[in-house]
Ligand binder design. Structure first.
Ligand SMILES: Nc1nc2c(ncn2[C@@H]2O[C@H](COP(=O)(O)OP(=O)(O)OP(=O)(O)O)[C@@H](O)[C@H]2O)c(=O)[nH]1
Ligand SMILES: [Mg+2]
Ligand SMILES: [Zn+2]
Length: 345
């Protein structure tokens, strides 16, 4: 602040390729000119600008007139690993208190996907709430979905995760989310395309602000109707961030698998061998639990898969950090040599 005495804080409400829309009061959005380091310079190499150096939706900026002058520190960040060969993180939303993990009780219902979302959300240190939409259609839906949904509910309850089933089109029903939408709170909606994120946003808002789209009949998948993230002030005094449905949800390598699968970890501690791989070893408590119907084999398979992915991403992250540290040392010694040769200026 001291460096920019005339600047005032404003929050990023939309992020576009061309720049940011910020707001310093309800319904008072305006575009700002980005700082040069937030833009991709010519010859931009992927992975060179980290998410800590570029704002996203939910971030607070200092602005002077129509110019952004600084990115203020975040208190939370929801992120994922970006697609592509270079290790990179992508910011989903900043400064949020709650993440609503939205999943429809239709043919797209998938407990394994919910587990993946929970892993990433908790990595960002934010409370997750699972919102099961299309509760009004659940009875008519595929009879296969309901037993899956019930099993998922029992597992989520055991982990202490809040779950609410709603009809996203009905205001009375979505009022179940109000405890997380108190004045001053920020929540973000995540989930696959067609799950009902924008429908929820509109119902909570009381107007059709966001475009919504039909889902495909055969698999209940959406058509990626929402194309950019948007922060919207709600009548309750909370802020809600609607996001486009994500196709891929890669861990960043900073997640804690053990925390998310404490049931599996607790079983593994009871295996006869400390390094039990839970494959064919005798006295394996994990396999016994699966055989006794106490652990869902698909949940266990997902635990193995996510453990692998997180370990792989953590390895790439460590490599990336080491590379950066090396570059820093190299740059330092270069500038030292230049100083010696040409003198400090
Ligand atoms: N009956 C019923 N339909 C719902 C419910 N929630 C969403 N829908 C319908 O599902 C379709 C998809 O909803 P959207 O809100 O566009 O989904 P989205 O999550 O925003 O999807 P993307 O923007 O593509 O990521 C729309 O036709 C909605 O009317 C619900 O709780 N009940
Ligand atoms: Mg949408
Ligand atoms: Zn074992």
């Amino acid at each position: 602040m001291a460096e920019h005495p005339k600047a005032r804080p404003a929050r990023v409400v939309e992020q576009h390729r061309s720049g940011y829309i910020v707001s310093d009061g309800p319904d008072h959005g305006f575009p700002v000119e980005s700082l040069p380091e937030w833009q991709r310079p010519p010859g931009y190499r992927k992975g060179t600008v980290t998410i800590d150096q570029r704002p996203g939706v939910g971030d607070w900026l200092l602005v002077e007139g129509r110019k952004a002058v600084a990115l203020l520190p975040r208190r939370s960040a929801i992120k994922r690993g970006a697609a592509g060969e270079h290790y990179q993180q992508q910011l989903i939303a900043a400064n949020v208190d709650t993440v609503f993990v939205v999943c429809g009780l239709d043919a797209d219902f998938n407990p394994r996907r919910i587990e993946r979302y929970l892993l990433l959300v908790r990595g960002g240190g934010v409370e997750p709430v699972v919102v099961l939409t299309k509760a009004d259609q659940a009875e008519a839906a595929d009879a296969e979905v309901l037993p899956d949904a019930m099993a998922a509910l029992v597992e989520l309850a055991a982990q202490g995760v809040a779950v609410r089933a709603v009809n996203a089109r009905d205001a009375e029903s979505v009022a179940a989310l109000n405890p997380w939408l108190q004045p001053g709170c920020t929540a973000v909606l995540v989930g696959s395309s067609g799950a009902g994120k924008s429908t929820l946003t509109n119902t909570l808002l009381g107007t059709e602000r966001m475009k919504t789209g039909e889902v495909r009949e055969n698999d209940s998948r959406g058509r990626h109707t929402t194309t950019h993230r948007a922060l919207i002030p709600l009548p309750t005094g909370a802020c809600l961030i609607d996001t486009p449905g994500m196709r891929e949800l890669k861990p960043t390598g900073e997640e804690d698998v053990a925390e998310n699968f404490s049931d599996v970890e607790a079983l593994a501690e009871k295996c006869r061998f400390r390094d039990c791989k839970h494959a064919r070893e005798p006295g394996c408590a994990v396999r016994e639990a699966i055989e006794a119907g106490k652990l869902d084999p698909q949940r266990f398979a997902n635990y193995l898969k996510l453990s692998d992915e997180v370990a792989g991403a953590a390895h790439r992250l460590a490599h990336r950090r080491a590379q950066k540290a090396e570059e820093k040392v190299a740059n330092k010694s270069l500038s030292k040599r230049l100083d010696e040769k040409y003198g400090k200026h």
